[in-house]
Design a protein around this ligand. Structure first.
Ligand code: SDX
Length: 428
């Protein structure tokens, strides 16, 4: 392939350099396009636009490939360690034992919240959406962590990463406890990341939560599968906010808000609601499929389709297999799993979905596992955020460390009125 693209516009021909990734993806560098032609590109939804070069996550949507720093996600399934994967994503390499232990200690040392933060939970009305609380409390955390918010050294960045990853888990658990009028559980430094979260969520004064290793493994796997996904909507939001040199906490708090959307991370809640409506007899699977195909129905088959995957989302395959394993080990029978399988079978044999390359995505089966683990439905997207935190942190750092990084400021094509005069009120 030539190393340049040629563009002819308005009788002028220019050459545009190409940028080629380590997996052979080709990008046309249009940095000089407007200066040389006066024109800009137009790509609503950015489906054809690369916002950055990144060495963190590789996705091949046609082949259903997802790798973190080159390692296929399938290789994490048999020994799921979310913190190890988080360190790989943030630092670029799998941690050595000493590094892993150091980070583990930092997570344990930073799991608690400032006592003053607990009063914030009292200020939210009952029924407040957990994602609203999470985003607000991450910004509130910044007020207590100001000297950790704009890390310059790798060591201080590791401290910031540990604080955010550890405390986001505590914030999530406390928002749940507060919503139920339950006492807060202090983090237990003897427990590992996921076990400590489950303890903070479910321990009662009269009955401490017993961490089941199978449940802990399942939660590690769910978080690993959500850990990063290149330039998705919420990560692009984190980069957008970070590009203005806003601090790490403000950037990830913005990412939480983007993830909340039902087209993005909020889909894991919408999938369960869709499956529940079928189970309760409101809708038959066949009717769901029919509605999803009707443009004017406003109904989408939640958990299906993806901007990048035009083949199976590899995460969905792993989660589907994990459903059987986790529900089997827990002795849980969930009718929603059978309904999900029926929907998948119908869709994958329907030309509407096949022609549009619509497959189950990460959200289609994740909720079944979260239910089996006892996570309440309104916390599902919060779990997605806890999983995605290392991805947001790693991507923010990659952008922060990129020399000559510029503020994100896309252009537009103006379609409003051309110039006209102000009309005084009595003449309107
Ligand atoms: C995540 O980007 C990421 O990496 C995100 C994520 C991550 O890890 O960060 O993977 C996590 O957000 C997963 C996606 C979760 N969302 C859902 O499950 C919601 C349902 N899915 C859709 O809304 C949709 O598929 C999106 C939002 C995921 C992708 O939207 P696109 O790329 O803009 O696709 P589109 O809307 O242009 O759809 C193309 C066609 C359209 O039909 P036509 O106009 O060509 O006739 O496919 C149809 C759409 O109507 N379509 C669907 C559909 N998804 C797409 N029709 C019915 N049901 C669906 N779910």
């Amino acid at each position: 392939m030539a190393d340049k693209a040629t563009l002819t516009l308005g009788g002028k021909t220019i050459e545009l350099p190409l940028i080629v990734g380590t997996e052979g993806e080709v990008g046309i560098d249009i940095s000089k396009l407007r200066a040389e032609t006066g024109a800009i590109t137009f790509d609503p939804g950015y489906g054809n636009t690369g916002s950055c070069a990144s060495a963190i996550t590789f996705i091949d949507g046609e082949k259903g490939i997802l790798r973190y720093r080159g390692i296929p996600i399938e290789q994490f399934v048999n020994h799921p360690d979310f913190i190890e994967v988080a360190m790989l994503i943030i630092n670029g390499e799998l941690p050595k034992r000493a590094d892993r232990e150091r980070f583990r200690d930092k997570l344990a040392d930073n799991a608690h919240l400032h006592e003053g933060m607990k009063h914030h939970f009292d200020g939210f009305p009952s029924g407040a959406p957990p994602m609203a609380i999470l985003s607000a409390m991450i910004n509130a955390l910044f007020c207590y962590d100001q000297n950790f918010s704009d890390p310059e050294s790798d060591e201080s960045f590791e401290d910031s990463a540990a604080r955010l990853m550890s405390k986001v888990r505590t914030i999530a658990a406390y928002s749940y406890r507060s919503s139920k009028g339950l006492p807060y559980n202090y983090p237990d430094p003897k427990l590992l990341y996921c076990g400590n979260f489950l303890h903070m969520m479910f321990s009662m004064p009269h009955r401490p939560y017993e961490v089941d290793p199978d449940i802990e493994d399942a939660l590690n796997l769910v978080l690993i599968l959500h850990a990063d996904h290149e330039q998705n909507c919420s990560t692009s939001t984190v980069r957008m906010v970070g590009s203005a040199q806003a601090n790490l906490y403000a950037s990830v708090a913005a990412g939480v808000c983007a993830l909340w959307g039902p087209l993005h991370g909020g889909a894991n809640v919408a999938v369960i609601e869709m499956l529940e409506s079928i189970r309760k007899g409101g809708l038959k699977p066949e009717e769901c499929i029919k509605l999803a195909k009707q443009k004017d129905s406003g109904f989408r088959l939640m958990g299906f389709g993806h901007r990048v995957y035009k083949n199976f989302d590899p995460r969905s395959r792993i989660l589907k297999n994990a459903c059987d394993k986790v529900l089997g080990k827990l002795g849980v029978k969930d009718p929603l799993l059978d309904i999900a399988r029926k929907l998948e079978e119908l869709a994958l044999n329907d030309p509407y979905f096949v022609d549009r390359k619509l497959y189950p995505n990460v959200d289609f089966y994740s909720g079944i596992i979260l239910r089996a683990l006892g996570i309440p439905l309104d916390m599902f997207t919060v779990m997605f955020a806890i999983g995605r935190m290392p991805g947001w942190i790693g991507q923010w750092k990659e952008q922060h460390d990129t020399p000559g990084g510029r503020i994100y400021r896309p252009r537009q094509i103006y379609t409003g009125p051309t110039i006209r005069d102000y009309v005084p009120m009595d003449k309107r």
